[in-house]
Design a protein around this ligand. Structure first.
Ligand SMILES: [Zn+2]
Length: 229
């Protein structure tokens, strides 16, 4: 991987950290991005187990928060089934799930781990090198990464949370062409996620404008939109 893998941010070869680096496994000597690698057999699934919950929540606010690589392999052939990267700016507290504390009989009694809820990360943020055994070109990986970069400059974690939540709703609409009403259908769901907000519809419209400005969706007029792929 250190020889074959390239940095999705700049395209240069990645280096492997020697050892004892608390969270990251790889880094790019060119652009300084860091990457944590997780792997498991089978499918990507909905959740990925990660380390300590408190460390993870702290990480989300830190400058050196690593990006994420995820590898799934076929249990019988050990061949790579999926290999994807998720940029660090897709990691918000809402997708970090607290696991139950380890029982008092465990060696690390009371330790609390976390799961990354990948089912609540927008598809935009899942950038595949290999998907279901099919490799994507390097150009495609770099292009897809660069299309997500606007998320990085979205401001505080609250503003980013809104943007990612509305993006997820837009992705969950079955058709590429949809109406404002289709997005308003998620109002209750968004209200539950942001209980202190008392104008969810205005917030939805604001995020849709932002997504249009970033070429994620297109406005067709008269309350109609189209997803750009
Ligand atoms: Zn790089």
């Amino acid at each position: 991987m250190s020889r074959a893998g390239f940095c999705p941010n700049c395209g240069r070869a990645l280096n492997q950290f020697e050892n004892n680096k608390p969270v990251a496994d790889f880094y790019c000597g060119n652009c300084s991005e860091e990457y944590e690698l997780k792997s498991k057999h089978g499918e990507v699934g909905k959740k990925i187990m990660d380390g300590a919950y408190a460390t993870m929540i702290e990480r989300l606010q830190a400058d050196n928060n690593p990006n994420f690589f995820f590898l799934t392999y076929d249990k019988s052939t050990l061949g790579v089934r999926n290999f994807l990267t998720i940029p660090k700016y897709f990691f918000v507290p809402a997708i970090i799930e607290k696991r139950k504390a380890l029982a008092s009989t465990a060696r690390r009694a009371g330790w609390v781990g976390c799961n990354i809820d990948v089912s609540n990360i927008p598809e935009l943020g899942k950038i595949f090198y290999v998907q279901n055994g099919v490799a994507r070109s390097k150009d495609e990986v770099l292009d897809r990464w660069s299309k997500t970069e606007f998320i990085k400059s979205t401001g505080n974690i609250e503003a980013k949370g809104w943007l990612l939540d509305v993006l997820l709703c837009v992705e969950r609409i079955k058709q590429d062409e949809f109406s404002l009403e289709d997005v308003y259908a998620f109002e209750g769901h968004l209200q539950a996620k942001h209980p202190s907000n008392n104008n969810v519809r205005a917030k939805i419209r604001q995020q849709l404008q932002f997504l249009r400005d970033k070429n994620v969706i297109q406005f067709l007029g008269r309350g109609r939109y189209r997803r750009m792929n």
